[in-house]
Design a protein around this ligand. Structure first.
Ligand code: BQF
Length: 298
């Protein structure tokens, strides 16, 4: 159910700031107990501008909450075996709590092989099959940051998913599949439909959604006609559209046609300033958890 008194916009800036404040307080307690600060190591291959920006954002958030970071920048032509060597070294390094390899990787590198190489106890992205398996089985260790952030946005905005018809558009391993699983858990109790590029009548599904999550990767993919009055709409898309009036020549939009959908939605997340910021905040939570796991020796 939806809290009718709540403001329409689910503000990722505000919610992510609240998460960061909590993580910072928890890290202060952790270091007061005599532990060193959590340490996150990131690996960035090549010079994809968006990836560089994402990593810089993660470093900035980490610094704010007291997580130490080190980013390894590798050339675009780095071999898969050189990347795997680095991952193995970071796995073996006891000063590294959390380890992430920024995606996407260059075409000559097999992403799955690299994901499999990350020590699951350091896998703060939650992409390793062991961690995905644990999530599926209901005993999660690291929950992938985007779906984790979406669940956190819902609970912090008092959206009770109990009995809701949730429709997730997009079936990626990083968003759609783990999110569908989180919504299915007994702690959420939604009825979940996962749609994708081959779904026959997409609008027939989305119109039935009390909770609509758009993770299709296409600007203006969801318009007002595809949304029922009073739905909660979560926009996971990050798309660049040309905009000559901006300094960079583009602006970021989600998968939802915001102006068209907003009047019908009970709640809606903006882009920018929505799910993306929460994704970053949840990585910090996972990194603190990694430091705790390391200290316990588990
Ligand atoms: C915002 C990502 C596709 C492929 C690889 C804030 C982020 C984005 C947008 C961000 C993303 C997307 C990340 C906003 C991390 C989310 O205000 O709208 C933050 O940093 N993200 C990533 O690391 O890799 C990706 C999307």
């Amino acid at each position: 159910m939806t809290d009718a008194t709540a403001p329409k916009l689910i503000d990722g800036r505000e919610l992510a700031q609240a998460v960061r404040d909590e993580v910072r307080a928890a890290i202060n307690d952790w270091t007061d107990e005599g532990h060193r600060p959590p340490f996150l190591s990131a690996v960035l291959v090549g010079d994809n501008a968006a990836s560089e920006a994402y990593v810089r954002g993660k470093e900035k958030d980490a610094a704010e909450v007291g997580i130490d970071t080190n980013t390894h920048h590798l050339d675009a032509d780095t071999s898969q075996s050189a990347l795997l060597d680095l991952v193995h070294n970071l796995n073996a390094d006891p000063s590294v709590d959390g380890l992430l390899v920024q995606l996407p990787l260059p075409d000559h590198i097999d992403e799955q092989t690299v994901i499999d190489a990350v020590d699951p106890s350091k896998d703060v992205d939650g992409f390793h099959p062991e961690n995905l398996g644990r999530l599926l089985r209901g005993t999660p260790r690291y929950i992938p940051a985007t779906p984790y952030g979406i669940m956190e946005m819902l609970s912090r905005s008092n959206v009770d998913t109990e009995g809701m018809d949730a429709v997730v558009v997009g079936r990626s391993n990083i968003v759609g599949k783990p999110l569908a699983n989180l919504l299915l858990r007994r702690t959420a109790n939604a009825t979940v439909t996962v749609c994708h590029s081959r779904t026959r009548d997409l609008a027939a599904h989305t119109r039935r959604a009390d909770l609509l999550v758009a993770a299709a990767g296409q600007a203006a993919f969801i318009d007002g006609d595809m949304v029922t009055e009073g739905a909660v709409v979560i926009d996971v898309g990050i798309n660049r559209v040309e905009d000559a009036s901006t300094e960079r020549g583009y602006r970021l939009v989600g998968d939802v046609d915001f102006d068209d959908v907003r009047p019908k939605a009970a709640r809606i997340t903006p882009v920018p300033g929505g799910v993306g910021l929460m994704t970053r905040a949840m990585l910090l939570k996972n990194t603190l958890q990694a430091a705790r796991l390391r200290a316990e020796g588990s």
